[in-house]
Design a protein around this ligand. Structure first.
Ligand SMILES: Cc1ncc(COP(=O)(O)O)c(C=O)c1O
Length: 396
């Protein structure tokens, strides 16, 4: 017996890669500051738990494959605050934004079809592409100019008769990049010219710093028939364990295709959806306060990291990840050192190797992703540990 080439070609995502080792290290009493995961420490709103605790249905039934109506209504209202006009039948609930990515790839592409993405890219796209036999075609972007998209002519050269879509993530994981009007115009114009979909992953929409306005592909009238939005409650409401995400599109044919995928799993957890209804009822202050907290975190981690000789980074404009260049040759080896050897006053720090996000290995060797999901004081301590660890590592 032999399992599929598809599953053999996939690798463990960063989120689970170090789990075994972490358990062993924690048994020794060493404390780890986790800057390797997009798992915020902010309490999930109490309204979620309250609603779940109040469920008194006698039977937990399957619910609508599209998602329960009060939740879709809440989502439609949330979008209105961003001047994005979706109806309840444009929204499709999924098991996190992660499931939404699978459905988008499967509903839009046949095997060997191509989707143009960035390099670096959110790592899960690479694995979903392998599993769905979709070819990702990367546009290289660079830390030096804040991961700006290439010139439109360069992007156009990547389009072939197999290209079905662009997938873009704004604000971006792992880069924190927020695409500008010019970059979005380029993508929209190419999509119209070559008749392509735009899969826009906007799970970090509410994390935009420095008072800047967020531009959503979903708010653009010129491409409203070709945008498939990937969304989540995980980061927005610090509810990663709720596993509530969704897709939104005005393209009816795409919606029908996505829905057929969703119907094979019958429905998303009713319990999680009941909790999520309350999240979308929270007043605007909730998101404003959260943004203010993350802005402090971003400033803290960037200021602290820039005190380290040889570190290259650009303050990100959004999300809560930074891709940082460290003065080392092999990020993966440095992370093994952090876990296995480094110990400062009983503590260490964990970050993610850039290689997880890159297609072009030569660009990733000295890059790491740092997620500023902890309180400012913990970030300061983690940055100090990183500074001391780099000193020790380079002396080795
Ligand atoms: C860019 C991006 N898209 C989608 C997701 C999926 O999140 P979830 O499945 O928790 O909704 C994540 C999670 O980290 C992400 O960073």
């Amino acid at each position: 017996m032999r399992v599929s080439n598809r599953s053999q070609s996939m690798i463990q995502p960063a989120i689970v890669k170090y789990n075994g080792l972490i358990k062993e290290i924690e048994k020794t009493g060493k404390k780890i500051y986790f800057l390797n995961l997009g798992q915020p420490d902010i309490p999930t709103p109490a309204a979620f738990m309250k609603a779940v605790n109040n469920i008194d249905d006698e039977v937990l039934m399957y619910v609508d494959s599209k998602g329960i109506l009060p939740l879709r209504e809440g989502i439609v209202k949330y979008f209105k605050n961003y001047a994005i006009d979706f109806g309840v039948d444009d929204i499709l609930l999924t098991v996190g934004g992660s499931e939404a990515i699978w459905y988008a790839f499967m509903a839009l592409c046949d095997p060997q079809d191509e989707i143009i993405c960035t390099d670096p890219v959110y790592a899960i796209y690479k694995e979903v592409a392998k599993a769905t036999n979709v070819t990702l075609v990367p546009m290289e972007t660079y830390a030096e100019n804040g991961f700006e998209l290439p010139d439109i002519n360069k992007i156009e050269k990547l389009i072939t008769n197999k290209t079905k879509a662009f997938i873009l993530n704004t604000p971006g994981n792992p880069t924190g990049r927020v695409y500008t009007k010019r970059e979005m115009d380029d993508i929209a114009n190419l999509a119209k010219k070559h008749n392509l979909f735009i899969i826009s992953d906007e799970v970090y929409r509410d994390f935009i710093y420095d008072g800047e306005e967020f531009l959503s592909f979903a708010a653009r009238k010129d491409v409203e028939d070709r945008v498939i939005l990937i969304e989540s409650t995980s980061k927005r409401f610090s509810a990663c364990g709720a596993r509530v995400g969704f897709l939104a599109t005005k393209n009816k044919e795409a919606y029908e295709g996505l829905l057929k995928m969703a119907q094979t799993r019958l429905s998303v957890s009713y319990i999680d959806q009941v909790g999520a209804v309350e999240l979308f009822k929270l007043d605007k202050n909730y998101l404003h306060n959260q943004l203010a907290e993350y802005e402090v975190r971003r400033d803290t981690i960037c200021d602290e990291l820039l005190k380290i000789d040889g570190v290259v980074l650009q303050k990100p404009k959004g999300a809560f990840h930074i891709l940082v260049k460290l003065p080392i040759d092999d990020a993966e080896d440095f992370i093994q050192f952090l876990l296995n050897e480094f110990n400062y006053e009983g503590e260490t720090v964990l970050i993610t190797p850039g290689a997880d996000f890159y297609f072009n290995e030569s660009l990733s060797k000295n890059m790491v992703r740092i997620s500023y999901v902890l309180k400012a004081e913990d970030l300061k301590r983690a940055a100090l540990l990183l500074r001391i660890a780099l000193d020790e590592y380079m002396k080795k």
